[in-house]
Design a protein around this ligand. Sequence first.
Ligand code: ZN
Length: 208
Amino acid sequence: MHCQRLDAYRNTLTAHMAPTPLILRLDVSGAPVRWIAWEDAVCLYSRNLVAWTAGDNEFTFRGGIARGTGARSSITVHSIIAVKRGQRAPLIQRTAPPLNNHELFRRDGCLCMYCGNQYAEGQLTRDHVQPLSQGGLDVWSNVVTACRHCNTRKGGRRPEQARMPLLAVPFVPNWAEFLALSNRRILADQMEFLRAQFKSRARSLNLV
Ligand SMILES: [Zn+2]
């Protein structure tokens, strides 16, 4: 994103600020679109593209000195911002969120869906419930988290063929759930906003 004023803000930041959390970008109707860096949020504010804001958290960034007045400018960024134009959330939200192991493992609470044990992400694998070799697809509704042992034991078989029943039925997260799953440093107000748009069966989404 082109933003001439950004360098001035960036120069005042690095020395004395803890990393700023990601900002939750919404479309103007309030549908969540994606996480953006504070730099992108500052640009949206400076280009007057922020329609409204939500959330309790604010972050103030100081900019350059104005030539005329000598005053230092500043921009306050809210943790949740609705943007006037650009990507309309309903357009992206017609499609399922992208399938990545990080979000998949968090959807399942980092639990193996066969033995029920919890593992670190590095020890987990993506299991295709209906194996790819039997025509299964690589989509949210056909994949679960599995430990290496269970995945190897199951092999190229369906759960009933392997006599390994699933502990939970895989589901496709909506965009609010996907955004909650994809950010480990989510703020309480951002989570509260997203949680209101979770599907009912996922309200207890086990975020680890
Ligand atoms: Zn297992």
